[in-house]
Design a protein around this ligand. Structure first.
Ligand SMILES: [Zn+2]
Length: 341
């Protein structure tokens, strides 16, 4: 099956200056895909601006208006806008919508929206954590409505908890949100006892991990927790908040995942999509701030989606030498909370 990708130069026009979340991230990804010629194996998907109505599926009008009218400047202590940021943000949300459309229509088997600004911290009412609008949440709501779906799973492996995404579906049993993230850490949410409310109790599955976890720990929690909860939920579409700040070389966090580890995680996710929803799988870019690690990890993700077996890992395993934490008791506790024993 074809693998699609969304990209547009508009995403470079979200000019954040010296900020870690800058246009250089996407430039590094695209140039690596071009240099390795992997881009020739991919099917381009043209993004469009999301409409205000589509943003309203997740965001209050007051927030949309604030971003639309702000022009440039800081929206919160971490989140800055330039004159073209609103347009870029509309295209970021519209990019993952179009990627989802292409997958749902069967034009491609899976797709990856290479967009910025990222989205998973943006809440209904505010921008935060480099995010203006919650791209993945908007796409999930869009797909539920447009295709009359009953169940979508969102898998978030960014090193930070996707507080905005969790909040968007905390009382919505149609969307399973499962996140692996460093904890305690920014933004502070994502503890194991945040599990959803009302009818949606159990459809938020947090896997808060101590600093220092690497490939072994991530693959263990994927196998022990993420895979069985997604399988039990039987999603009709899987969306992935792909954040590569979980890599050992990333300066923002303290995890030790390698490019090879990301490839193995993506392989597991692809296996779930193939098993549960005819392969329907859409990735969207969240974090990842070491440009070499980011570009290599995104390429590895595409390689796995394409079925290529030769995964290049230019950075290798973590040399940080942090002792791997014992997460066995944590896994047991989460399995108890979610009836996975
Ligand atoms: Zn992050």
């Amino acid at each position: 099956m074809k693998v699609g990708f969304v990209y547009d130069p508009i995403y470079l026009k979200h000019d954040t200056g010296q900020h870690v979340e800058n246009a250089g991230r996407l430039k590094a990804i695209i140039s690596h895909l071009e240099q390795t010629q992997l881009i020739r194996q991919l099917t381009p998907i043209k993004p469009r601006a999301a409409s205000v109505e589509e943003l309203s599926l997740v965001h209050h009008n007051s927030h949309i208006q604030e971003v639309a009218q702000k022009g440039s400047g800081w929206l919160d202590p971490d989140t800055v806008m330039s004159a073209d940021s609103y347009q870029a943000a509309l295209y970021a949300a519209g990019g993952i919508i179009e990627a989802s459309e292409a997958v749902m229509q069967g034009e491609v088997g899976s797709a990856f929206a290479l967009v910025r600004p990222p989205g998973h911290h943006a809440t209904a009412t505010r921008a935060m954590g480099f995010c203006l609008f919650n791209n993945v949440a908007i796409a999930a709501k869009y797909a539920l409505t447009k295709y009359n779906l009953e169940r979508i799973a969102i898998i978030d492996f960014d090193v930070h908890h996707g507080n905005g995404t969790q909040g968007s579906f905390y009382d919505n049993p149609q969307v399973l949100y499962t996140s692996t993230h460093e904890f305690p850490f920014y933004p502070g949410t994502g503890s194991l006892d945040e599990t959803g409310k009302g009818e949606a109790k159990g459809t938020t599955v947090n896997i808060p991990l101590p600093a220092g976890c690497g490939d072994t720990e991530y693959l263990e929690v994927f196998g022990e927790i993420m895979v069985p909860v997604v399988r039990r939920f039987r999603p009709q579409l899987i969306l992935v908040s792909a954040g590569y700040d979980t890599h050992w070389a990333d300066g923002l966090a303290m995890m030790q995942v390698s490019v090879t580890g990301f490839a193995q995680m993506v392989k597991i996710i692809k296996g779930l999509a193939d098993e549960l929803c005819s392969g329907r799988l859409v990735f969207t870019l969240e974090g990842g701030y070491n440009l070499t690690a980011l570009a290599a990890s995104v390429k590895a993700t595409f390689d796995v989606l394409l079925g290529n077996t030769n995964i290049e890992d230019p950075l290798g395993l973590s040399p940080r030498g942090l002792a791997a934490p014992n997460i066995t008791p944590l896994i047991k506790k989460i399995k108890e909370i979610h009836n996975l024993l």
